[in-house]
Design a protein around this ligand. Structure first.
Ligand code: TYD
Ligand code: MG
Length: 461
């Protein structure tokens, strides 16, 4: 009987498959993301007859993840959890043009200098284009081998022949597997290709880096569809117009997630930013109301960021609320809390009325922060803008805000305070409950507050 292809519809965002086209993906809720693909109709159920299979005891397994290969780029090593684990698979996702190829080529450069053999496979650029990029990045040695190819069967043969320590696939969306009939970049191709690469990685102990473009339109499958297959998922993000880039660990089987690496895109490639707080606070306005510095933990690292707010009377029926870099709903919640502040003694409401004001909140520098410890900073920035009072520029604050206006404790308060001290801050407004469990830190004035009211009173002094 002739092989028959049937068509299925795949969501390009999450990879969910349905037999009919729909306007909205039932799994992830993305609109207009379903694309038709042909899949081979073959029976996939295979009964295993292998009776030789043996189970193992945990004590018999010998796992040595300590033999990591360092990339010599500290920010990159940190996000990987201390270096490259041999035989692992790492997905580097990000918007087109953000600098994924640059980062990986730079990693190749460092790895080669360290004596590691690297195979860089590009399906997007020609050898000449890679050469031009490499010229901008500096000296390369002969440990780096290049290949411009998109056929995975050929790539597999080359990898098996050359046996590099690290292989880089510059963009999984350009790769294709002849056994799959759909076009390169489609969900089935991307999945199948990743499966093949996974076999290579696990079978030969080669570390494979995969580049995946995050796409806005539904024509190319995003890296999300293969997040579950790989060991480590890193996203390279940043404002296209700003020069800094953040490499964020989203999943890591060999280390902690939420770690970030900060880079700056320069003329000669990416440079590490060793002290991101300084970088984020650069250009802070002096004596301006609505601005306060807070400290957020990104993985194990504290980062100081400036929160700005602008409160102005509205020209509309319904006031505008805008949040850039932080959660919109969180800002609305904090506005509601500010409207209901209670005086401790008189128990009367002494909140600020924002029902007739537009409120804009922005985390300066374009960084996105989702940590609740920035709540207090957002509240104080809004309050300071509304009352038009300037917060002392050497003051930082952090704390999570609860619905009844209490300031709740946050994790790693000491590290945050020490980071502020390192950058020359003099005062620190922290949750009172944190103060109880913390050892004393000299050289910085630490003020504990238990309610938002206490915090606003402190900055209004
Ligand atoms: P690229 O690595 O090609 O992005 P991706 O692979 O994620 O699509 O990055 C391209 C951008 O980086 C491009 O806009 C130019 C800029 N760039 C520099 O500013 N300096 C450099 O040294 C290099 C190599 C690129
Ligand atoms: Mg690229």
């Amino acid at each position: 009987m002739a092989k028959k292809n049937i068509s299925m519809y795949f969501c390009q965002e999450c990879g969910n498959e349905t037999s009919k086209w729909m306007g909205q993906c039932p799994a992830c809720g993305a609109w207009n993301s379903l694309v038709e693909e042909l899949v081979d109709k073959k029976t996939q159920v295979k009964l295993s007859k292998n009776t030789e299979l043996k189970t193992s005891r945990l004590s018999e397994v010998d796992a040595n993840f300590d033999v990591r290969i360092t990339t010599d780029i500290r920010e990159f090593d940190r996000v990987l959890g201390g270096g490259i684990v041999p035989g692992s698979m790492v997905l580097v996702g990000g918007d087109p043009g953000i600098g994924k190829s640059t980062l990986l080529l730079q990693t190749c450069q460092r790895l080669c200098i360290g004596g590691t053999s690297v195979l860089y496979i590009s399906g997007e650029e020609s050898l000449a284009q890679i050469k031009i990029r490499a010229n901008r990045l500096g000296e390369f040695n002969d440990n780096l081998h290049l290949l411009c190819e998109t056929n995975l069967d050929d790539i597999k043969l080359v990898i098996e022949k050359e046996k590099p320590t690290v292989a880089i696939i510059d963009s999984i969306q350009t790769m294709y597997n002849e056994s799959v009939s759909s076009a390169p970049g489609s969900v089935s191709q991307v999945r199948e290709s990743t499966g093949v690469l996974m076999e290579i990685a696990k079978g030969l102990g080669i570390t494979v880096f995969i580049v995946g473009h995050v796409t806005k339109e539904g024509t190319v499958a995003g890296p999300r569809v293969l997040e579950h297959m790989v060991d480590t998922v890193l996203y390279f993000e940043g404002d296209r117009h700003a020069s800094y880039r953040i490499l964020r660990g989203v999943k890591n089987r060999f280390g902690s997630t939420n770690e970030i690496g900060v880079f700056e895109m320069r003329e000669c490639g990416l440079c590490e930013v060793a002290n991101p707080s300084e970088f984020m606070l650069d250009g802070r306005p002096q004596d301006a109301s609505g601005s306060i510095v807070t400290c957020s933990m990104e993985g194990t690292r504290p980062i100081l960021v400036e929160i700005q707010s602008l409160v102005s009377s509205t020209a509309f029926e319904i006031p505008r609320r805008m949040a850039t870099g932080c959660d919109y709903n969180r800002v609305n919640l904090i506005i509601a809390v500010l409207e209901r502040l209670k005086d401790q003694n008189t128990k009367k409401n002494c909140g600020v009325f924002l029902g007739k004001s537009d409120v804009y909140v922005n985390i300066a520098g374009g960084i996105k922060i989702n940590e609740p410890s920035t709540d207090l900073g957002i509240a104080l920035a809004i309050y300071s803008s509304y009352k038009d009072i300037t917060v002392d520029p050497y003051t930082i604050c952090f704390g999570e805000i609860g619905l009844s206006g209490e300031v709740r404790s946050v994790s790693m308060a000491e590290q945050r305070i020490l980071e502020a001290k390192k950058l020359g801050f003099k005062n620190c407004i922290v949750p009172g409950s944190n103060l109880k469990t913390m050892s004393k830190i000299s050289g910085i004035n630490v003020v504990g507050v238990s309610t938002v009211k206490e915090a606003v009173d402190y900055i209004s002094k």
